[in-house]
Every structure is written in structure tokens, then in C-alpha cells.
Design a protein around this ligand. Structure first.
Ligand code: 5GP
Length: 115
């Protein structure tokens, strides 16, 4: 089994975080160091370290990340004006936490990919 990170503690509510949505498959919470007015991380509850470790059996939860991104964007009032979804993968992708996460960024005009 893949090693846990601080994100597993967030999923289990063992450390404080601002969770905006949670169900049996995924958890969405505000990034501790926001890069936009709205910056939310949406993660599978199961530890998948990165896109490199996604298996076919994970396709349901990966798809669910996008459904939840749509719901959270609506809840945050940013769906109409648009937003950006990002997965960083590995060292060159700038991934710091080895627990797969989707960044949901919005609430303002985003420029370039200087993330
Ligand atoms: P990465 O660079 O791995 O794609 O993104 C990791 C993100 O997790 C960063 O944007 C960072 O600010 C955020 N992050 C790291 N540790 C914590 C934490 O303990 N709580 C929260 N809410 N966000 C975190």
C-alpha cells in the first residue's frame, strides 16, 4: 500500500483544515497557501501517490474528482466565470505532496501557467 501523507490526516479530520466537501470517495479542502482567490484541493480518499500510479480500477474515483470540481466551483460561485484544474505530477511537474490532488483555481482572471 502507498505511504500516507499529511493529506490522509486531513481526510480523517486528524489535523485542522477547511474542508468544503467530503464523501466516501473524495475530499475537497482549501489550500493552505492559496495561489488564487479560490484555491481548493480535491483528492481521492484512497492514497494514489500521483498520476503515474493511477490504475484502471481508479477510473471511477478519478472521474468523480471532476464531478466534485464542478459542484465545488458552483458552491464557490466561480463556475460561470471559469476556473482552472491542475494536476502536478512528480519532480518536474512541481508535485510536493505525493497524494494525488486536483488544484481548483479561480475567483479571478488567471494568467499563464506561472503556478
Ligand atoms: P503540489 O505542489 O504537490 O501540486 O501541491 C500541494 C499543495 O498542497 C500546495 O499548494 C500546498 O500549499 C498545499 N498544502 C501542503 N500542505 C498542506 C496542508 O497541510 N494543508 C493544506 N490545506 N494544504 C496544504
Amino acid at each position: 500500500m502507498a505511504e500516507e501523507t499529511i493529506f490522509s490526516k486531513i481526510i480523517r479530520h486528524e489535523i485542522p483544515s477547511d474542508i468544503v466537501y467530503q464523501d466516501d470517495m473524495v475530499t475537497a479542502f482549501r489550500d493552505i497557501s492559496p495561489k488564487a482567490k479560490v484555491h481548493i484541493l480535491i483528492i481521492p480518499n484512497k492514497v494514489i501517490p500521483s498520476v503515474n500510479e493511477i490504475e484502471e480500477e481508479d477510473e471511477k474515483v478519478i472521474g468523480h474528482l471532476f464531478t466534485v470540481a464542478r459542484k465545488v466551483a458552483q458552491m464557490e460561485g466561480i463556475a460561470q466565470d471559469g476556473y482552472r484544474l491542475i494536476f502536478n505530477c512528480g519532480k518536474n511537474g512541481g508535485q510536493e505532496v505525493p497524494h494525488l490532488h486536483m488544484h481548483l483555481l479561480g475567483g479571478e482572471q488567471l494568467r499563464g501557467f506561472g503556478f
